[in-house]
Design a protein around this ligand. Structure first.
Ligand SMILES: Nc1ncnc2c1ncn2[C@@H]1O[C@H](COP(=O)(O)OP(=O)(O)OP(=O)(O)O)[C@@H](O)[C@H]1O
Ligand SMILES: [Mg+2]
Length: 381
């Protein structure tokens, strides 16, 4: 049997203790480590032995990390080399500067070793050639659409966590589609530094086979595969309802569970998703504006001939104590609330900023447990 090719990681840092610490931790995980004290030495090393990933401090003697990153991006051989930059605590300007020169990810000093490991695995999984999942049965997958009649109520938080929870609980093939074509943030919430997205499918949509499709699905460290929204918002209008229908047909052929983060509009593309969905999780918050819009949407559901049993109402931030009780909301909407999710406080923002879903980072948080409960119910036969 052939031995697997080891993954080479280059650490560029002038502090020997830091280099050795990272090296020990990553070596224990089976990675082969190369080390350099300076950017210049690292460049000389790369010309002899190309690593699979670089972790480098922005502060280096001689050429700094930004300039080195820029240099690597200008060279066709190293243009796509995955780079994680180490920046100083809380320095947003450092992070922004890192992304501008083409770094894929950053980590803020000081950090727990497991965070670096998570980021390394995540970035490597994104840059590896995707292998088409084995199609084990011909039973089409299930579509769960996350929709809200008003923006900003928690669709993306719930969607990303739900997809990861479905995967964690069942080990099944799970796909997550960002159907907020202009300003989707699924990639940000999952810390996915890639430009692969749905736009690559549009020119070949009529001849799309599973292999071409798989080249665009981005693999997340959690095991879910993600179809991201257009990288440039101005391309969003090129995605049409027939495109979405075809994409969803392919997704259910290849995955057991398909979770869709819908845009909060009633355009044809969203309606296509809602009509094809087995379950629609309709997200609301205890706030009068959202409830008014939701009430109108529920009227529309009847006109669209969507069977009401497919619809499940999810009350997000149910513990907000803003003077609207569950019973009031149910009476006003003439609909039962199926799930209540609590406000997650700063943990929600921390997890979004880090790009690590709460069901992974804080699995026992009441919000994580609430989302896992929805996943468990969806998985029931
Ligand atoms: N249960 C919760 N507890 C605390 N904060 C929350 C909760 N749900 C959502 N949020 C916060 O509300 C904001 C909006 O969440 P999110 O982006 O998931 O909403 P959305 O419905 O996808 O918005 P959009 O319509 O813009 O796509 C975010 O700042 C998020 O952190
Ligand atoms: Mg969103």
């Amino acid at each position: 049997m052939n031995k697997p090719i080891p993954t080479l990681i280059l650490i560029v840092d002038d502090d020997r203790t830091v280099r050795n610490g990272i090296s020990d931790m990553l070596s224990q995980q089976g990675y082969v480590i190369l080390q350099s004290e300076t950017a210049e030495a690292a460049y000389a090393l790369i010309t002899r032995q190309m690593p699979d990933l670089i972790i480098m401090n922005v502060v280096l003697p001689g050429m700094d990390g930004y300039a080195f990153c820029q240099q690597l991006r200008q060279n066709p051989d190293t243009r796509l080399l995955p780079i994680i930059l180490q920046v100083c605590q809380g320095d947003l300007a450092d992070r922004m500067a890192g992304f501008k020169v083409g770094a894929n990810d950053y980590i803020t000093l000081p950090y727990p070793p497991e965070e670096l490991l998570y980021r390394v695995k995540n970035l490597l999984s994104l840059t590896q050639k995707p292998v088409p999942p084995q199609v084990q049965s011909h039973t089409p997958g299930r579509i769960t659409a996350i929709f809200a009649a008003k923006g900003g109520v928690g669709k993306t938080i719930i969607c990303t966590n739900l997809a990861v929870a479905l995967r964690q609980i069942s080990g099944k093939r799970v796909a997550l589609m960002d159907a907020d074509y202009s300003f989707g943030l699924v990639g940000v919430h999952l810390n996915m530094s890639t430009t692969h997205n749905i736009m690559e499918l549009i020119p070949i949509i009529d001849d799309l086979d599973q292999n071409a499709f798989q080249n665009v699905m981005v693999h997340h460290i959690s095991g879910i595969h993600v179809l991201l929204c257009p990288f440039h918002p101005e391309e969003a209008e090129l995605v049409t309802a027939p495109h979405i229908k075809k994409v969803l047909q392919l997704l259910v052929e290849q995955y057991d569970e398909v979770v869709v983060d819908c845009h909060g509009s009633y355009d044809e593309r969203t309606l296509e998703v809602l009509e094809m969905a087995n379950t629609i999780l309709l997200i609301i918050v205890p706030e009068i504006g959202t409830l008014m819009s939701t009430s109108r949407f529920l009227d529309l559901v009847t006109k669209l001939k969507i069977p009401p049993e497919r619809l499940k109402l999810v009350l997000n931030r149910s513990d907000s104590k803003v003077g609207l009780e569950v019973a009031d909301i149910e009476r006003a909407l003439k609909y039962k609330i199926s799930y209540k999710l609590v406000s997650g406080g700063r943990e929600v923002t921390i997890s979004a900023n880090k790009g690590i879903p709460m069901v992974t980072s804080t699995p026992n948080h009441p919000l994580s447990l609430g989302i896992k409960q929805i996943a468990e119910d969806l998985l029931k036969p």
